[in-house]
Design a protein around this ligand. Structure first.
Ligand SMILES: [Zn+2]
Length: 191
């Protein structure tokens, strides 16, 4: 499912980010609601999805604008247990991990291109855990992406933070700005 909240004309100036640039992720209240609702619906499992939009260099600051959300299933249980065979038994559940299937990534990229967008990040939830990346999150993170994490305590989302890898492959907190709504009512499109 795609949540398309774009109404403006944006220009794509940059396709990849730079480690040493400062970045800021801009999104609107509907997008936050959508991510938090997904996190609530999936509880006690982790939810996950892809963030689509633009990255523009403004005076040396990389401004990421979230324009669409691509909701995915958490494919951890079905496809990825063998990848992390050394993890302890208790962590091999979708309560503690998320995995986005390659087909979902492909479809999201394809959809993003039709809109003139890129995949700019990934969101997921941490049920009964703080909104701080785990070592597993770090191991599977891509340098260019924003990683939004929603903490969900007993089914209630209560924290929302974005992270990004630095040059040392460590997560650092990424500033988030919440803008006014892009459109009056979200357009939802099934694919
Ligand atoms: Zn995580």
């Amino acid at each position: 499912m795609i949540l398309n909240l774009s109404s403006g004309n944006y220009h794509r100036n940059i396709r990849s980010s730079c480690f040493n640039s400062s970045t800021v992720l801009s999104l609107n209240p509907e997008q936050i609601d959508h991510i938090q609702s997904h996190a609530r619906d999936c509880y006690p499992q982790e939810c996950c999805g892809l963030m689509l939009g633009h990255i523009v260099d403004v005076g040396g600051e990389l401004q990421k604008t979230l324009l669409g959300l691509y909701t995915t299933d958490n494919a951890w249980d079905s496809a990825s247990e063998s990848i992390d065979a050394q993890a302890s038994e208790q962590t091999l559940t979708a309560n503690r991990r998320y995995w986005i299937a390659p087909q979902d990534l492909f479809n999201a990229q394809k959809y993003a291109r039709t809109q003139g967008w890129d995949i700019i990040g990934v969101y997921h939830s941490h049920p009964n855990h703080e909104a701080v990346p785990s070592e597993c999150d770090r191991n599977w993170a891509w340098p260019q992406y924003s990683y939004v994490i929603v903490a969900v305590n007993n089914g209630v989302p209560h924290d929302f933070r974005s992270w990004m890898l630095d040059a040392q492959q460590q997560f650092r907190s990424e500033p988030v700005t919440v803008s006014a709504s892009a459109v009056a009512s979200p357009l939802e499109t099934d694919i």
